[in-house]
Ligand binder design. Structure first.
Ligand code: ATP
Ligand code: MG
Length: 590
């Protein structure tokens, strides 16, 4: 753990570096001290040799002078005076003169003092003939003797073990330095641990919080150095990130709000045809199309529906937008599918769907309406043409016949006029231009007058028309002319579809929040399939039977518009062979 941390690595590096430098330094220092002591030994030996030379010069007697020399030289130094192979004097006792002469006359360096009159020096292992042990190193210097009558060389030498103790001391000092260095480095490392890595650790914690989505994290700025700057930069980054995330979130919300509130459906597919995104109208479409499919097979809910799969495959294959029309569960959809690209690859498709059912219905209604109007007008116009032609061609012989023809023309023109007026009324009402003259009307007298109007026609057909009133004295707010038109239309229908011996009942009921009126007959009734359509313009149940008679199919449409204009509602209940009840409700005005 510690070794993996920054501080551990730093500590290790510093210790290694420190040890390495000290090691090199130790080696160089030891080398330097060694050379230094060698140099010192050498120059001291030269001084000794010179001293010996001076003494030899001052005293003619060699025996006497050597005695002086042996007394004055350092005890750790030794001197050998070589004159020839037999005349060899030395501070050492028991000297093998032969060996010593051979040593000095054969050694390539040392013999130069004897032969070439040159000063020489050499560091070598002292042989046993010079009192050494062949293991310890020693320094030997030689100078030539240039005394008159005397020829040879003076050699002075010394073993070097005396400098070993200095080396050992130096090493100990350096080791102590290494120890202190390691301790200091460790203390320094732990100081760093608290000062440097504590803020770093805080930052790491903050970063992982940030990664978890907590954008409010703030790192305390403890120092003024790079780490402090890092903390400032980190906080800035967190702020920026938060800002960007919020902006992104808002953008996303905006888009999803737009998507949800769109009138058109939107479905997004990925490459494999899985549904990724939908909005409520698209959900409707999917529900309908999956309902269609369950008849054939069960399909997983988020795969492209069968109805769209051909379109999807085509768009995916060609990479081009395509429009198609699909009908599901009686709904007509227009679908525009566009491929979605990632660089050059198609990564899916997005379909925009619009429910065209209402438009299609309105379109059909418009066409039907024109066809119906032309059809309704064609019959009277044909009659007018036929009869007027007959009059012009003098086909009628008697005045009565002529009058009869003129009567037909008159009736037909009235019928046409009424049709056109009704159409105009309907158009005006549907456009919302209905102005009502609301009055307070007493139910009893109002309905009595209307039922009286139909008594004659009822007697002719042998149908009983009567009223059943809950509260005859009740006052109802309505437009009397318009509501009379509603009753006229309903009673007229009832009479027309009720055979002789039947009855038509006009019922009034006072409810809490308004008044309900029923027109109930015991006639032929309307089949269940026809019921939903009777209020539509030009709708006639039995087209053949009503043709030629006054019916145009507008009566109930007009009644419905008038009731809606009063804020009420109209309904129909019927059973074939038993009778029909038209019931409408007028709310009481507050
Ligand atoms: N009481 C009823 N019993 C049976 N069928 C009815 C009754 N009232 C209406 N219908 C049917 O509903 C159709 C539509 O009625 P509506 O009053 O709108 O038109 P119409 O009576 O044919 O023509 P108009 O009233 O314009 O002269 C009628 O053609 C008829 O077939
Ligand atoms: Mg009618």
């Amino acid at each position: 753990m510690f070794w993996k941390s920054v501080v551990g690595k730093l500590w290790m590096t510093i210790i290694l570096l420190f040890s390495f430098v000290l090691f090199i330094l130790t080696v160089l220092l030891l080398e330097f001290f060694h050379n230094q002591s060698m140099e010192e030994a050498k120059s001291s030996l030269f001084r000794t040799a010179k001293q010996v030379e001076t003494i030899l010069e001052e005293h003619s007697d060699i025996e006497q002078s050597t005695q002086i020399v042996w007394q004055i030289i350092d005890p750790n130094k030794d001197v050998v005076i070589v004159l020839d192979d037999t005349n060899i004097y030395s501070s050492l006792n028991d000297l093998n003169k032969k060996e010593v002469y051979q040593l000095f006359s054969r050694d390539e360096t040392l013999k130069k003092s004897l032969v070439n009159d040159r000063q020489v020096s050499e560091t070598t292992y002292l042989s046993s003939s010079l009192g050494g042990d062949n293991v310890t190193q020693g320094t030997i210097v030689g100078i030539p003797i240039n005394n008159d009558g005397m020829d040879g060389a003076i050699y002075a030498f010394q073993s070097v073990d005396s400098s070993e103790s200095t080396n050992a001391q130096t090493t100990i000092f350096i080791l102590i330095a290494v120890g202190i260095g390691i301790v200091l480095t460790t203390i320094f490392a732990f100081f760093l641990l608290s000062r440097v890595t504590a803020p770093l650790r805080k930052m790491r914690e903050a970063a992982s919080e940030l990664a978890r989505g907590k954008f409010d994290m703030k790192v305390p700025i403890l120092t003024n150095d790079e780490i402090g700057e890092l903390a400032i930069a980190f906080n800035q980054m967190a702020r920026q990130l938060k800002y960007n995330m919020t902006a992104l979130q808002q953008e996303k919300e905006n888009l999803s709000n737009i998507l949800i509130n769109m009138a058109d459906g939107v479905i997004m597919f990925n490459r494999d045809g899985e549904i990724l995104v939908t909005n409520p109208p698209a959900d409707d479409f999917l529900r309908y199309s999956f309902l269609d499919e369950t008849k054939q097979k069960k399909q997983s809910g988020n795969q492209v529906p069968d109805a769209l799969s051909d379109l999807f495959l085509e768009v995916k294959g060609t990479g081009k937008a395509k429009i198609a029309e699909i009908t599901t569960q009686g709904h007509d959809w227009v679908i525009l599918m566009n491929p979605l690209y990632r660089q050059n690859d198609i990564r899916g498709a997005v379909a925009v769907l619009r429910d065209m059912t209402e438009e299609r219905r309105l379109d059909k209604m418009r066409k039907d309406f024109i066809a119906n109007v032309s059809h309704e007008l064609r019959t009277p116009i044909a009659m007018l043409q036929g009869y007027s032609e007959a009059i012009i061609d003098d086909i009628a012989e008697t005045a009565d016949e002529k009058k009869e023809m003129a009567q037909v023309i008159y009736d037909e023109s009235l019928r046409m006029g009424r049709l056109v007026n009704e159409l105009l009324d309907l158009a005006r009402m549907e456009a919302g231009h209905q102005t009502l003259n609301i009055e307070e009307v007493e139910v009893g007298s109002f309905l009595g007058r209307i039922s009286k109007k139909f008594q004659r026609a009822a007697q002719e057909k042998n149908v009983d028309v009567y009223t059943t009133l809950d509260h005859p004295e009740a006052l109802v707010e309505l437009d009397p002319d318009r509501i009379e038109q509603v009753f006229t239309n309903l009673i007229d229908n009832a009479l027309r579809h009720t055979p002789g011996g039947g009855e038509v009942q006009i019922i009034q009921r006072t409810l809490d929040n308004g008044t309900q009126f029923d027109v109930k007959d015991s006639g032929v009734g309307i089949s269940e399939e026809e019921l939903p359509f009777v209020f539509e313009r030009f709708y006639k149940v039995d087209k053949a039977r009503t043709r030629g008679r006054s019916g145009t199919g507008l009566g109930l449409a007009i009644a419905k518009n008038i009731i809606h204009g009063h804020g009420g509602k109209i309904d129909v209940y019927s059973k074939v062979g038993q009778g029909t009840t038209f019931t409408f409700f007028l709310p009481a005005k507050k």
